[in-house]
Design a protein around this ligand. Structure first.
Ligand SMILES: Nc1ncnc2c1ncn2[C@@H]1O[C@H](COP(=O)(O)OP(=O)(O)OP(=O)(O)O)[C@@H](O)[C@H]1O
Length: 799
């Protein structure tokens, strides 16, 4: 069994050793070839290899231990053989003694019964001498045995010492391993290898324990032979003493036998027999003593036998222990075989991986090779195609070189030709351009003429009417009927139903309720354009409160009104005329509330006054009014928003509603003709009038009444001006109100005016609607005469 284990361990040892050596050699080779630590070197340092390394060292220790165990076994077997030999010798000695004793006894008894007398004594003497010879031989044998025992004792002692030394070395080795294991445990974390190392250390501990048990057993075993040898020596000595005693007892017996024989003889010998009787009693005594001694010897023999049994029992226990040890070894071997299997599996797994990697690499390299081959063939093809292309390129290059040599001459000639052609073309172009410009000027003048004619045809004072759509918030009372209707076939007519009677008004243009801001502006647009041409234009919205005046003039952010659209249109026109005219557009905004003028573009909204310009032109002038030059659409939006804000703010500060004031946006356009330097100054007044209400109807009192009266007064003054203009009176009462005074230079004769009359379609407002429409019809009848263009030639003359 031990041989099998040792063989197995040796096989493991050699296999692991070979693998380890192979890996190390490979690692060394790669390190030497690459000059750096590669994957194998990493593998050599991997926990698996460390565990293998420890396993190998452990196997080495185990093989060493096993050798020691074998030695112990051999020694045990030797001891057993010696013990058996001694036992046999003792047995033969005992049997020979017994035999001889029996022989002596039989001789003595036979001598006493058959031969009797001196013959028996003689034979006894003979047998005694034989026994003495036998005793001396036995003594010699005992001495020999003793010397052999001493030799074996010495040999055993020396072996035990050597064994002890080996055990000490082994202990040292195990301590070193333990230290290394603890170091490895701290170096590498809690991995599988560490667990294995812990298992191995545990097994090491158990082996150490079994080793210590074996040591104890050995000590016991070493003690056993020495005890047995000393006991044998003692036994020998006692046997010697007994032999001596037996010799003396035999001598006494012989004497007793002689005396017995003498007693059996004739009466002559009676005297002698008496003597013999005396001697026979002492002999009997001796005989009984001898028997007692014999019994003692038998007892000792049985004690010796018991001792032998005890020793056998001890040997059996040690055998059991060795059997246990064998079991442990078997378990350990089983563990080793498992580890081996795992290792083999791991190696197999690694082999598989390696094969896969090799396969992948080979397939990849094959693909790469194929692609390279394809590239190579492609390149070959291109190379074969290259020479003819190269030849043609060479010829091209040669021709180009010759061309380049001739190029400077060719280039000079071409440039001079081109110059001639360009100058001719420029000449022609400038000529054509001049003609075109002339035509264009004529066209523009014609357009302006036609435009003016158109405006004049339309009338220099134009009255438009816009009907406000019925909104939800306007229907304060239920079932309010619509009394104002427009005629889809007649854009100038408007009908109003009042108390069952219908009345039709004829105006320049009537916008139905769904008319858009754009549609309204399109009607106004020619007037706005004439402002650029140097005309003074006034556009104002008239109507009762809430009829949509502010909506038409200002509009909302998403849907702007006339103000923003007019400014935008001006800028578009200016952009179109950029090549011939330059323009500057200035804007100011004022509010007239209770006959007080306020600047809507200044922060504080200071009060202003209207004066005649001191330059002697007779033009009106508002000192302190903020005039802003407008740069573009975004600027326009900002200015209009500011004016709207300030109108609301001032209204709030004064606790007034903004609808109770007239808001004016004054746009002045200065133009310069780039061709002749003549200058034009156009004016565009866009007016959002305060609501025209009947004071009695509104029921206003106090401040509200004053406010309403002021509005009515100014509107009345406007009506008076219109009336005077209509009657072509020489005096036009412009100065009757701030509003008319301010509109003087754009409302009078030679100017262009447009009034947008805002009306509500609801029955509840029919009175106000009729009033507004009557006023509108009056305005319609005004004749302003041909409009006069405010143009100043470059010499300073006015047209
Ligand atoms: N054509 C229209 N389409 C849609 N809504 C309109 C129209 N006209 C006026 N509105 C709306 O009617 C309301 C009153 O209009 P707006 O303020 O313009 O009247 P107003 O005549 O200027 O009044 P006030 O004289 O009191 O200033 C506003 O909410 C306005 O948006």
């Amino acid at each position: 069994m031990y041989a099998f284990y040792s063989l197995l361990v040796y096989i493991f040892y050699t296999v692991f050793k070979e693998e380890k050596d192979a890996l190390e050699q490979e690692s060394e080779k790669r390190t030497a070839s690459q000059g750096q630590v590669d994957k194998t070197a990493e593998l050599a340092d991997s926990p698996l290899l460390t565990v293998m390394h420890h396993l190998l060292s452990f196997l080495e220790q185990y093989s060493h231990l096993h050798q020691l165990q074998q030695q112990v076994e051999q020694y045990r077997a030797q001891l057993k053989r010696h013990r058996v030999h001694h036992h046999r010798q003792m047995k033969t000695l005992r049997s020979s003694y017994r035999q001889r004793l029996a022989d002596k006894n039989s001789i003595i008894y036979a001598g006493s019964s058959e031969s009797g007398g001196l013959v028996g004594v003689h034979s006894l003497v003979q047998s005694l001498s034989g026994l003495q010879g036998e005793r001396s031989r036995l003594r010699g044998e005992l001495r020999l045995l003793h010397s052999q025992l001493e030799e074996k004792e010495q040999d055993r002692h020396s072996r035990v010492l050597a064994f002890q030394q080996q055990i000490d070395d082994l202990k040292g080795c195990i301590e070193e391993r333990e230290e290394e294991l603890s170091r490895l445990r701290t170096a590498s974390g809690a991995t599988d290898s560490e667990k294995r190392v812990v298992c191995l250390s545990l097994e090491n501990d158990s082996l150490k324990q079994s080793l210590s048990v074996t040591q104890g057993l050995l000590q016991q075993l070493s003690a056993i032979p020495s005890q047995s040898s000393s006991m044998l020596i003692k036994e020998n000595e006692s046997l010697r003493g007994r032999v001596q005693q037996l010799e003396t007892s035999l001598q006494e017996r012989e004497l007793q036998l002689e005396l017995d024989r003498e007693r059996v003889k004739e009466p002559v010998v009676k005297y002698v027999s008496q003597t013999v009787e005396v001697e026979s009693a002492s002999t009997l005594k001796q005989l009984s003593k001898a028997r007692q001694k014999n019994d003692l010897l038998a007892e000792k023999l049985s004690a010796h036998n018991q001792r032998c049994k005890h020793l056998e029992e001890h040997i059996r226990v040690s055998d059991e222990h060795s059997c246990n040890l064998q079991h442990k070894i078997a378990a350990y071997e089983c563990e080793i075989s498992k580890l081996r299997e795992e290792l083999l599996k791991e190696i197999g797994h690694l082999e598989e991986k390696k094969e896969e990697a090799v396969k992948a690499a080979s397939s990849c390299s094959a693909e790469h090779f194929q692609s390279l081959q394809e590239q190579f063939f492609g390149l070959q093809k291109r190379l074969t195609a290259l020479p003819p292309a190269l030849r043609s390129m060479k010829t091209d290059y040669a021709s180009l070189r010759s061309q380049v040599r001739n190029f400077s001459d060719f280039y000079g000639a071409a440039i001079s030709d081109a110059k001639k052609q360009i100058t001719a073309a420029i000449h022609e172009m400038s000529k054509a351009n001049k003609e075109l410009l002339e035509k264009y000027r004529k066209e523009v003048a014609l357009r302006r003429k036609y435009h003016e004619q158109l405006v004049e045809l339309k009338g220099n004072i134009r009255v438009l009417c816009r009907v406000k759509p019925v909104l939800k918030e306007d229907q304060h009372e239920e079932d309010q009927s619509v009394v104002v209707t427009t005629d889809p076939n007649n854009e100038s007519a408007l009908s109003v139903m009042n108390k069952g009677k219908g009345r039709t008004f004829e105006l320049d243009k009537v916008f139905h309720p769904q008319a858009t801001q754009e549609e309204v502006f399109q009607e106004i647009e020619p007037l706005v354009t004439s402002c650029i041409d140097g005309y003074h234009v006034c556009i104002f919205a008239y109507g009762q409160t809430g009829s949509g005046k502010t909506y038409t003039m200002e509009g909302s952010v998403e849907n702007p009104g006339i103000n923003q659209r007019a400014l935008k249109h001006l800028f578009n026109e200016i952009e179109d005329r950029r090549d011939m005219w330059t323009y500057t557009v200035n804007v100011s905004s004022v509010e007239i509330y209770n006959e007080v003028l306020r600047d809507l573009l200044s922060k504080d909204g200071e009060k202003l006054d209207i004066k005649i310009n001191p330059d002697g032109t007779g033009q009106l002038h508002v000192p302190g009014l903020r005039v802003t030059e407008v740069k573009g659409l975004q600027h326009i939006k900002k200015i209009l928003a500011k004016a709207r804000r300030n109108r609301i703010t001032f209204g709030t500060q004064m606790n007034q509603h903004s609808s109770r004031s007239h808001a004016l946006l004054c746009i002045t356009v200065h133009g310069t003709d780039l061709a002749n330097g003549s200058k034009t100054t156009g004016k565009l007044n866009l007016v959002d009038l305060a609501g025209s209400e009947r004071v009695w109807k509104s029921g206003a009192e106090g401040e509200r009444l004053k406010e309403a009266q002021n509005i009515n007064r100014s509107l009345l003054a406007l009506g008076d001006v219109i009336q005077a203009l209509r009657g072509s009176q020489t005096h036009i009462p412009f100065r009757n109100s701030r509003l008319t005074y301010l509109l003087q230079d754009s409302l009078g004769k030679g100017n262009k005016t447009a009034m947008v009359v805002q009306v509500s379609a609801l029955e509840s407002n029919v009175g106000e609607t009729l009033c507004s429409l009557k006023f509108a019809q009056k305005v319609c009848k005004v004749e302003l005469g041909p409009a006069a263009r405010k143009i100043e030639s470059s010499a300073g003359q006015c047209d």
